[in-house]
Design a protein around this ligand. Sequence first.
Ligand SMILES: [Zn+2]
Length: 157
Amino acid sequence: MVNNLYGHISPKKKGRVQSRASLLHKNILAVAEAGCPICHAPLETANHIFFECPFARRFWGAVGFQFPHAADVKLLHGYAAHAAVPPDSASTFTLLCLWNLWKHRNAVVFREQQPCLPLLLHLCRSEARFWRARLPGDQELAEAAWLGCLTENIASV
Ligand SMILES: [Zn+2]
């Protein structure tokens, strides 16, 4: 699961994230339609969705991730894991967050939902148990660490 999900945004599978920039490149969307549905930046790339969008930045800040300022999905494997998460569950936690950020973006695009950081954090917490089940052994401590990250800064959201 971990490798498959990372694979969707890895450089070897360029364009797998169906961002609006990708759809523009495939002539599915026009330039005027290629902007971010959340912040209205002129071009929604995969990097924009996951790292550059102010909404994504607020999300990572609330969760406590420390990505580089110019983070790039192509370099995701090289970024440090969340310091508060046990190392053997860190990549799964990162994927849980990425997956829910992607699903939230899709809810904005396809269901005309308003961007909502508390809702996104809630969805991550709701799915933590299911994602924990993918880890080997008893990962109760991992889930507790994940939930701590997803709850700790909610007052500042
Ligand atoms: Zn944006």
